[in-house]
Design a protein around this ligand. Structure first.
Ligand SMILES: [Fe+2]
Length: 248
């Protein structure tokens, strides 16, 4: 079984809680679908915790930290510049800093397993395209994205977990009692977000996948600590802490 995590967004408490939860499961490896950093207060620690994972994809915020950020709102952009400064000015040995930059620079945009494709955004535009639940009402868009998928596609980016079928249904984890059995037909699975869920549930989200069954997991974490840290950094808007509590 593999655990699939995404959109950690520098939320160390959420990531630690998820990794602890994963340890209680029968998981052989962990895949991360990108956006390890951006928004939250602990970019260095979060990168250090995913460094050894066999698959860590490039997300738009990871890319934004390396290059000129494009297409971000002002709050997100400020967070990206602050994140970059954290990675550059770390009071740490140079090798450690260089290792993190190299790691970011080497991130692939996609990963393929036997039956599944893994991306941050969408199969069509792996880093930047959002596939929202309401896109099931946009058949043109969905058909075009499904055309890039052989069978299953795991993705993140929207921070909204759930399952998209080729018959244009979207199922939230609640609607399917947190479990979905893949049946060979084309399916997209959004694994949700570890560090900044936006489905109205503040708890960290991740997915377990055994080749056939997808299970959505939610994990409580020490959100007070994370919010306090965000409030303490002037470059990180307080809103970024408030939205964690609301799950928005
Ligand atoms: Fe994200």
């Amino acid at each position: 079984m593999i655990a699939i995590i995404s959109d950690i967004h520098s939320n160390l408490e959420a990531l630690q809680a998820v990794l602890k939860d994963i340890q209680t499961q029968d998981v052989e490896k962990i895949y991360c679908l990108g956006d390890v950093i951006g928004y939250g207060p602990n970019p260095r620690d979060c990168i250090d915790l995913v460094l050894e994972m066999p698959v860590v994809l490039l997300g738009n915020h990871d890319q934004g930290a390396m290059f000129d950020p494009e297409g971000f709102n002002p709050g997100a952009e400020r967070a990206i510049f602050w994140t970059r400064a954290q990675l550059e000015n770390a009071n740490e040995p140079r090798e450690k800093r260089e290792r993190r930059w190299e790691f970011l620079a080497e991130r692939p945009r996609i990963h393929r397993d036997e039956n599944a494709l893994f991306v941050h955004g969408s199969a069509r535009n792996p880093i930047n395209e959002y596939v929202f639940p309401e896109d099931v009402y946009n058949p043109r868009k969905m058909e075009r994205i499904f055309a890039y998928i052989d069978r299953y596609c795991f993705q993140g980016h929207t921070h909204v977990p759930g399952v998209f079928t080729e018959s244009l249904q979207f199922y939230s984890p609640e609607e399917i009692e947190k479990v979905y059995t893949l049946d060979g037909r084309k399916t997209m699975v959004n694994v949700g977000s570890v560090g900044q869920p936006r489905d109205g549930d503040w708890r960290a989200c991740y997915v377990l996948y055994d080749g056939k069954t997808v299970r959505f997991c939610r994990v409580e974490y020490d959100i007070d600590t994370t919010v306090k840290k965000i409030y303490e950094v002037p470059e990180l808007e307080n809103f970024l802490g408030d939205r964690l509590r609301d799950g928005r």
